[in-house]
Design a protein around this ligand. Structure first.
Ligand code: ZN
Length: 252
């Protein structure tokens, strides 16, 4: 980080000290530093199919074997992924009381692994599977074990229907976490947006929501975001670098 970056980091530290209800919002950029691909990115292809097609509820319904070939691979990647310095710094900011809660677009569960308390997983989680037929919900290992044993599609241990990862697929409604997110945003006076272009629903709406309450926006992201014109602080720095440095400033 250059000198200018540190000036803006000072301002972000000051805003965090003054904030009463700061939230951290994270997107794929925070997890790519843990080696997880950004499936929505320009290289987000699986064979000839686009991510939006594969991760669609219709794909799960009509071509479950193809769907699970993709998700089985994602679960395997996830098994190897560890929280990075950005996840750890966010959990520490929470523990010290600077940040009230994490809202995330990510489904990898790495905020929980890093120690964040009750992160709001807006798109659900890959750490669990669910059954739409009977309501069963359990750990992803139930599906992973069946796939490893050669099953093309993992089945519900309660009723035998096809299991689904507990993520929000394209074509599905967003989960109750969204209602909770709006309750958090209504109190929020500082929203720190990390590793997200902020162009996807629903997070694209979040900065405006905070600004309309008189709150401030900070952006930590490589590349432009939808909130750049409104941001009080804008850091063009990896979160794994910026957030530990921010933590250092706040602790000293
Ligand atoms: Zn079931």
């Amino acid at each position: 980080m250059g000198t200018a970056g540190y000036d803006r980091l000072d301002l972000l530290a000051q805003l965090l000290r003054e904030a009463r209800h700061a939230l951290v919002l994270t997107g794929a950029g925070v997890s790519t530093e843990s080696g997880l691909p950004d499936y929505r990115g320009s290289d987000g292809l699986w064979g000839a199919r686009r991510f939006e097609e594969l991760a669609h509820i219709e794909m799960w319904r009509s071509e479950p074997e193809e769907f699970w070939a993709f998700y089985g691979r994602r679960l395997a990647h996830l098994g190897e992924a560890q929280p990075n310095a950005g996840h750890v710094a966010i959990a520490e900011l929470e523990r010290l009381g600077f940040v009230r809660r994490v809202l995330t677009q990510n489904v990898d569960g790495l905020h929980r692994s890093a120690g964040s308390v009750a992160p709001l997983e807006l798109h659900g989680t890959l750490a669990e599977v669910e059954c739409l037929a009977c309501g069963f919900r359990g750990p992803k290992e139930i599906a992973a074990a069946q796939l490893e044993a050669g099953a093309p599609v993992p089945l519900c241990p309660a009723c035998g229907s096809n299991l689904k990862p507990a993520v929000v697929l394209f074509g599905e409604l967003l989960p109750p976490a969204l209602g909770e997110a709006h309750a958090e945003l209504a109190q929020c006076d500082l929203l720190i947006c990390c590793g997200s272009s902020l162009r996807v629903f629903p997070v694209a709406m979040f900065p405006e929501r905070v600004l309309s309450n008189g709150g401030e926006i900070a952006v930590v992201n490589l590349g432009p975001t939808g909130a750049d014109p409104q941001a009080r602080v804008r850091l063009e720095v990896r979160t794994g670098e910026a957030l530990p440095a921010l933590l250092d400033l706040l602790e000293n």
